[in-house]
Design a protein around this ligand. Structure first.
Ligand SMILES: *Cc1c(COP(=O)(O)O)cnc(C)c1O
Length: 298
């Protein structure tokens, strides 16, 4: 099943910006593949959608917060694939829904709100089972974590010829996407994940659990800017500067931190002269709607 064609891969060469450092940098613009299905999420979800259809499931159920890219992507992907979608949302129902949830709802997702305590253990509210037969429902873990997701994400590197790259960098949440890329990368390519969560000692083994073999990869833990969805004035300033000089928008949860890290690694010589770097823009721009208006210039 191929509900969405990847039509709009944009490459942005950043030759002028990194010319003095002798490093070639390209950005794979997965943010541009779809207005709602955020970059990497489509590739992860494709693995689950395929299995759901194979198992004759009618509905996908998953979990997320009120600004979750994964929730909106799931709603949109199910909409395209003619499956129903059910979102278990963290926290009590607010008086006004976030843009993310309004869009998910408009795409047909049925929302169930649950207390933070119940959410933590990923309990499914009883109301769900009053309205849906369990055997019709396919469950996708929070953030799309899992093997099928990693298999789907491994297809990202076959979208085009990526052989020339010596370094591939991307932002890491659950680690599912980086696991897919690690398994698809060539032996001369170093895959580096920029972790956006703080104090996450388990992430490395969670990624390894998705790999069929002990492929090598690197994780960076010093670019989280305080933790998941945390930001500083310095990060926001960088995102605006990056946009001014490259024309590439980023989000403050994932890709802003990725570009910051890449910029830092190149300027400090940790990525050496002569390297050829591929940065994966995993999307997520809709999450910027949670910022006060005017914070970002794009
Ligand atoms: C979800 C997401 C990620 C993280 O992907 P994982 O597979 O969970 O590591 C990175 N970037 C963006 C924009 C995302 O929405």
């Amino acid at each position: 099943m191929q509900a969405i064609q990847v039509l709009n891969i944009k490459w942005d060469s950043l030759k002028n910006r990194y010319f003095p450092w002798g490093v070639d940098v390209d950005v794979l613009r997965l943010d541009a593949i779809h207005p709602f299905i955020s970059g990497n999420k489509w590739f992860k979800l494709s693995g689950y959608l395929q299995e759901a259809v194979y198992q004759s499931k009618k509905k996908l159920l998953t979990f997320g917060g009120p600004y979750s890219n994964h929730i909106l992507s799931t709603a949109a992907a199910c909409h395209e694939a003619n499956l129903s979608s059910i979102g278990i949302i963290r926290g009590e129902k607010p008086t006004s829904l976030s843009d993310t949830l309004v869009n998910a709802k408009n795409l047909g997702m049925q929302l169930f709100f649950t207390s933070r305590e119940a959410y933590r253990t990923k309990q499914i509210p009883e109301d769900v089972w009053k309205q849906h037969a369990e055997e019709e429902v396919y469950r996708v873990e929070e953030g799309g974590y899992g093997q099928r997701g990693a298999e789907g994400a491994s297809r990202i590197l076959s979208l085009m010829d990526t052989q020339k790259y010596t370094h591939i960098l991307l932002a890491v949440g659950t680690g599912t996407t980086v696991a897919g890329l690690v398994s698809a990368a060539l032996p001369h390519q170093q895959v580096t994940g920029v972790c956006v969560l703080k104090n996450e000692p388990g992430i490395e083994s969670e990624i390894k659990a998705l790999l069929a073999k002990p492929f090598p990869f690197t994780l960076l833990h010093n670019y989280h800017f305080g933790g998941y969805a945390k930001k500083t004035a310095h990060l926001l300033q960088f995102m605006n500067d990056w946009f001014k000089s490259t024309g590439i928008p980023s989000d403050f949860v994932y890709t802003g931190k990725l570009f910051y890290a890449a910029d830092d690694l190149i300027r400090t010589g940790k990525i050496k002269k002569g390297s050829s770097v591929l940065l994966i823009h995993t999307g997520g721009l809709q999450g910027n709607h949670s910022l006060p208006k005017g914070t970002l210039i794009f």
